[in-house]
Ligand binder design. Sequence first.
Ligand code: FEO
Length: 170
Amino acid sequence: MKISPKMKKALNDQIALESSAANSYLAMASWCEVTGYQGAADFFYAQSDEEKTHMLKIVHYLNDIGAVATIPAIKAPVSSYKSLEGLIKTALKNEQAVTKAIHKMVEIAQKEKDHGTYAFLEWFVNEQVQEETKFETILQKFDLLGRDKLGINEIDKVLAADAAAPEPAA
Ligand code: FEO
């Protein structure tokens, strides 16, 4: 299967974006760990692994169709946060940026009648709906459970439970 140079560039850019998300979540996990939010740390370590699988999906797709993936250099992520809530807000923004990029690729695939890439991207479209909902739901918890020490501790437990839950098969 042959894809256009534009589609190939967009997919390679997405490898960089997913890789950067993996790195950013790793930094968030590390910050949570040293700050004493162990549940949130477990959650973000798992989230970082998930992003790596997203990146690999695209690497394999490009290589499988003979377009050849480019493995990018990644900038150092932000490593310090003012609060857990601020950190989750940043994570949601990251996901919204990823969603935008995926939707752009879908539009390119549609325009170019690249049905193979269009079908490949469907998984990512659905995944992004879940990812955004996940972070929005966590953010709501700050209103529901509070921002004091007890509230944050409860939110940390919610995140621990999420990290321990088995991931649906990708
Ligand atoms: Fe792979 Fe959370 O975007």
